[in-house]
Unconditional design. Sequence first.
Length: 305
Amino acid sequence: MSASGGTKAVLAALGANLAIAASKFVAFAFSGSSSMLAEGVHSLADSGNQGLLLLGGKRARRAATPEHPFGYGRERYIYGFLVSVVLFTVGGVFALYEGYEKIRHPHEIEHWYWPVGVLVFAIIAESFSFRTAIRESNELRGTLSWTQFVRRAKAPELPVVLLEDLGALVGLILALGGVGLALLTGDGVWDGVGTVCIGALLVLIALVLASETKSLLLGEAADARQVVRIREALVDGDTVTDVIHMRTLHLGPEELLVAAKIAVQHDDTAADVARAIDAAEARIREAVPIARVIYLEPDILRAPA
């Protein structure tokens, strides 16, 4: 996944969320709407999340050290997981609490034009951010469905921004519905109901993000198409006759480790095997450019007993 594409989407989301958060807090101050307060905290949390993603991307670019010989690429996964934690606690749980309190102690919304105006502005701003994330993702998604893209993407930035922006847009619609019903009925309970729905939505998105980033932290293999290309690149039909077994592991979104035991001819010399291994590594890197760390072990293929 392109780092530049992810960064562009993150920056677009960061700018939108900072502007929206400020407007929501102003609306809350004038109207007392709990939906506005929950949405303001949500936008502020989203801004912090984008800051975490940018920080993770910067730290992941550090050079390898003796203590971390494979580099720091997986730091992007750590910060992606932190985003899901922040979204769950600061966004979802806070909104659930605010909604519960508003349902218990409802009051009428004052200066209704503030929350309504801010929500309309926020929907427009989030739509632009969401469009940027969709455009950047489409360049990498190919024929994958959106669900497959989120599940299979090895870089966390675009899936995180996509889900955050989607949650923000749906949350804004829920907030607008809650405020609208509260104004129409004169019952502030509906504002609290809208806030609870926002909280439940954010918790659900946070759990999805946590599940996906946890899998990346544990270590994921190359996708099936890359595995096929690597296997095909390994075998030259001359010195390397087969792949006995192979393991792949993402050291980061754009760095892949390949370890394989390859079958060679029993009468090949050490020099022949060494040249074959060098050629196989070159073919792998040409077929899958992110395969940067390659370990090949030659062996004789034995017939099963």
